[in-house]
Design a protein around this ligand. Structure first.
Ligand SMILES: Cc1cc2nc3c(=O)[nH]c(=O)nc-3n(C[C@H](O)[C@H](O)[C@H](O)COP(=O)(O)O)c2cc1C
Length: 363
């Protein structure tokens, strides 16, 4: 009998048996000892909630609007590369699933379907993520294509001057194969991602070959000048960088440690959130990713000041399990849990989630 898929963790159990072991390691793994991967999840496990009663809340509204677009849920999909590694339709299926759930889908620069095909499967609920390449012409042309295709924002990932040491990928000599490719980018730029080399991650080598590690805050003006779309910076963990981001014209930021895949030992996303929210003081929206696995995780992050949460691995578990339906299933599971928790906490709408809902300090 097919097991009932009620939670993100049910989808994880189901996906594990369906994905090739080296791809599974690529998805699940993180940098070095994977302490930050674990810390992201543990930080949510430590949260204790302070529900209000007799609030007359029969149903809760999980809807919100960001940059002029309405979403049915504050749980969106974080950018993850190469969805065709787990599903033949790749990001087109992910877009259909996100759209069915009314969720934001941030499409990765290294998507394995074209930006235009993905946008056609969505309904204005897509943003494009970029890394800063040495080849700025490639970035500019992607930003222009995104704008033409109806993407709602550009998300620049700022925590990868070089790739984290992901030992699982090193041991597996992980390479992007099986006909999967980052089809939106000149193949000459992507060549080293496909070359197998024992004891090395092809992705780490590709990053070293093509990313520009000399980037500083003042360079952001160049990208700002390439597009009229809102510019979102992903990978902020401190009050200082949050203020610099707002000062340099970011329209939003994402508190993120890249799902524990970059600096091992970095602070858990949830633990960095309140500091960043306080420093930004309402100037721009703050989003969060890393370790969000259930509706109550989303509720805690929203109560601490996040406008939206993004989730990286769970949509891939959904995609591997059931294509577009699996993606929608994971998002609906988390959103249903959130709605339920809001009712049990006496909170009718996302605006009613405030810090008094979360017990400070943990156990
Ligand atoms: C398989 C995989 C691929 C990823 N690829 C990218 C990427 O291309 N660009 C990016 O900015 N972040 C990438 N990330 C990081 C995610 O955007 C996100 O920060 C992280 O997955 C959030 O943590 P979670 O998986 O615990 O939800 C990737 C993460 C995973 C697991």
């Amino acid at each position: 009998m097919t097991p009932l898929l009620l939670t993100a963790s049910d989808y994880r159990d189901s996906a594990q048996g369906l994905v090739k072991p080296d791809v599974w390691d690529f998805i699940e793994g993180g940098a070095e000892d994977e302490r930050t991967v674990a810390a992201n999840v543990r930080a949510f496990d430590r949260v204790r909630l302070r529900p209000r009663v007799l609030a007359g809340v029969a149903d809760a509204d999980t809807g919100l609007s960001l940059f002029g677009t309405a979403y049915a849920t504050p749980v969106g999909i974080a950018p993850t590369a190469y969805h065709r590694l787990v599903d033949a339709e790749g990001e087109v299926a992910t877009a259909r699933g996100a759209t069915a759930a009314g969720a934001l889908f941030v499409v990765a620069m290294f998507a394995s379907r074209t930006l235009e095909d993905i946008a056609a499967a969505a309904a204005g609920n897509v943003w494009l993520q970029l890394y800063w390449l040495r080849r700025r012409d490639v970035m500019r042309s992607l930003a222009e294509r995104a704008e033409r295709a109806g993407y709602g924002a550009i998300m620049l990932t700022v925590d990868v001057p070089r790739m984290g040491r992901r030992r699982r990928d090193m041991r597996n000599g992980f390479t992007i194969g099986g006909g999967v490719a980052a089809v939106n980018i000149d193949p000459a730029v992507m060549a080293s991602a496909h070359r197998r080399d024992a004891g090395r991650s092809a992705l780490a080598r590709h990053t070293a070959d093509t990313f520009d590690p000399t980037l500083t805050w003042t360079d952001l003006a160049w990208l700002r000048g390439c597009t009229r779309l809102p510019l979102v910076l992903k990978g902020i963990l401190t009050a200082q960088d949050a203020v610099l981001a707002a000062d340099h014209g970011a329209d939003a930021i994402v508190v993120s440690n890249h799902g524990g895949r970059q600096l091992d030992g970095a602070v858990a996303s949830l633990d960095a959130l309140a500091e960043v929210v306080d420093a930004v003081a309402g100037r721009i929206p703050v989003l969060l990713d890393g370790g969000v696995r259930r509706g109550t995780d989303a509720m805690a992050a929203l109560a601490l000041g996040a406008r939206m949460v993004l989730t990286g691995r769970p949509p891939l578990w959904g995609l591997a399990t059931g294509g577009a339906d699996g993606v929608a299933g994971v998002l609906r599971a988390m959103t249903g849990e959130l709605e339920h928790a809001m009712v049990l906490s006496g909170r009718p709408a996302l605006e009613a989630l405030d810090r008094s809902l979360v017990r400070p300090g943990g156990p």
